[in-house]
Design a protein around this ligand. Structure first.
Ligand code: FA5
Length: 359
C-alpha cells in the first residue's frame, strides 16, 4: 500500500521548491501527467475490491485535488514574483519626449476623386463605373470612332493582344466608354458621372501614362448647351472653392459630340509659382465637352429624335495640380513618403457647393 500522506508531503515539497514555471510544469507532468505518480495511483483503483475502493478512493481523489490546487497556487505565486522582479528591474523615464505617431494621409488623387463625387452628388448625379481594360468597341467604335478612322490617332492608345473570342481590348484612353455602358443599360433620364484611371502613351511634367478623368453625362428630353454650361460652372465653383469664376468655351472637335467645346477658366499666373482664379489675363484649360452626337445615342439604343444629352470629360490630375499647387504630375505616382506627407489630406476635407470644406 502506498503511504498517501508521505507521497503528498513529498510532492508538496517539490511544488514549493519549484522556482520557475518550467520546474513547476515538470512537477505537474511527473505527478498528474499521463505517466505521473498520482495518475498511476488513480489507475490502480480499478483493481481494488469494492470495500478497499470505498476507503482508498476518497484518499486518492483527495491527493489529486490537493496537488492540483497546490500547483495552481504556486503558479500564481511564481507569476506574481516574476512581475515584481520585472517591475523592480525596469525603469520608466516619464521625462522622455513622446514618440511621434506616424499616421497616414489620403493621397491627393483619392482626395480629389472624393471631392468630385461629393460635388456631383449634391447636383443629383449618380456614379457609374467601367473597367480599365475596355472593349475597343466601347472606347472607340460606338463613340463614333470607327476602326482605321484617323480620329483614333488623337489618343495614343495602349492596345491589348486580341482575345480568342475575336474581341479586341484597349486600356481605356478616356472615361467616355462609361457613357456607352450606361446608355446601353439605362433608359433616359440619365445623370451620371464616371471617374477613374485612364491610360495613354504619354509622359512629361503634365502628361502621365496613367492619369484620371471625370466624365459627366446627362441625357433627357430637351437637354441643351445651357445645361452643360451651368453644370460646368457649378462644378468649377465648388471644386476650386471660389464664387467668382469666368469660363470661356472654345469650339473644338470630338467625334462623339456635336457641337464640341473646350472649357477654359480665367486665371492670373503673373506671379511666378502662383495661380489665382477669376482674375487676370490668362486662361486655364479644363477639358472637352459637347452635346452627345446623335450617332452615339443611336449606337447605344437611344432615340435621338426624342432625347438629347451633354457630356464633358476633365483631367483630374491636372485639376488637382492647379488646386493644390503641385508642379509635376509624375510626383502623384512616385510614392515618395515625404511628398505624400506634405500633400496628403486628413479624412473629411470635402468641399461643398456653398464653397469651403465641410469638416
Ligand atoms: C477626352 O478624353 C474626351 N473623352 C473628353 C470629352 C468627354 C469630350 C465628353 C467630350 C465629351 P481629351 O483627350 O482632351 O478628351 O482629354 C481630356 C483631359 O484629360 C485633358 O484636358 C487633360 O486634362 C487630361 N489628359 C489627357 N491626356 C493626359 C495625360 N497623358 N496625362 C494627364 N492628363 C491628361
Amino acid at each position: 500500500m502506498t503511504d498517501i500522506a508521505a507521497l503528498q508531503s513529498e510532492i508538496l515539497a517539490q511544488v514549493s521548491a519549484a522556482t520557475d514555471e518550467a520546474a513547476l510544469d515538470a512537477v505537474r507532468v511527473g505527478t498528474l501527467g499521463k505517466k505521473g505518480s498520482v495518475s498511476a495511483l488513480l489507475a490502480t483503483m480499478g483493481k481494488l475490491s469494492p470495500d478497499e475502493r470505498k476507503v482508498q478512493g476518497p484518499l486518492f481523489n483527495g491527493l489529486r485535488d490537493t496537488i492540483t490546487e497546490a500547483i495552481a497556487a504556486r503558479k500564481v505565486q511564481l507569476a506574481d514574483a516574476a512581475l515584481d522582479a520585472r517591475l523592480a528591474g525596469e525603469t520608466l523615464d516619464v521625462t522622455l519626449p513622446a514618440r511621434a505617431e506616424n499616421s497616414g494621409s489620403i493621397h491627393p488623387i483619392s482626395q480629389v476623386l472624393d471631392e468630385v463625387v461629393a460635388i456631383f452628388a449634391e447636383l443629383g448625379f449618380g456614379v457609374a463605373e467601367g473597367p480599365d481594360v475596355e472593349f475597343d468597341d466601347y472606347n472607340f467604335t460606338r463613340l463614333n470612332i470607327p476602326p482605321d478612322h484617323p480620329a483614333r490617332q488623337m489618343q495614343d492608345t495602349f492596345y491589348v493582344a486580341p482575345q480568342a473570342d475575336g474581341t479586341s481590348h484597349v486600356l481605356r484612353t478616356h472615361t467616355s466608354p462609361v457613357q456607352v455602358r450606361t446608355m446601353l443599360n439605362t433608359k433616359p433620364p440619365i445623370r451620371i458621372i464616371s471617374l477613374g484611371r485612364t491610360y495613354r502613351v504619354d509622359s512629361d511634367a503634365t502628361h502621365s501614362p496613367m492619369f484620371h478623368q471625370v466624365e459627366a453625362l446627362v441625357v433627357d428630353k430637351g437637354i441643351h448647351l445651357g445645361h452643360l454650361k451651368w453644370t460646368v460652372e457649378q462644378f468649377c465653383k465648388a471644386f476650386f472653392e471660389i464664387d467668382q469664376i469666368e469660363l470661356r468655351a472654345r469650339p473644338s472637335f470630338f467625334p462623339f459630340t456635336e457641337p464640341s467645346l473646350e472649357w477654359d477658366m480665367r486665371c492670373d499666373r503673373s506671379v511666378p509659382g502662383k495661380i489665382t482664379f477669376g482674375t487676370g489675363n490668362d486662361w486655364l484649360e479644363l477639358g472637352g465637352s459637347g452635346m452627345v452626337h446623335r450617332k452615339v445615342l443611336e449606337n447605344c439604343g437611344i432615340d435621338a429624335s426624342q432625347y438629347s444629352g451633354f457630356a464633358f470629360g476633365f483631367g483630374l490630375d491636372r485639376m488637382a495640380m492647379l488646386k493644390y499647387g503641385m508642379p509635376d504630375i509624375r510626383s502623384f505616382f512616385e510614392s515618395d513618403l515625404r511628398w505624400l506627407k506634405h500633400y496628403g489630406f486628413q479624412p473629411l476635407d470635402i468641399p461643398t457647393l456653398d464653397g469651403g470644406l465641410s469638416r
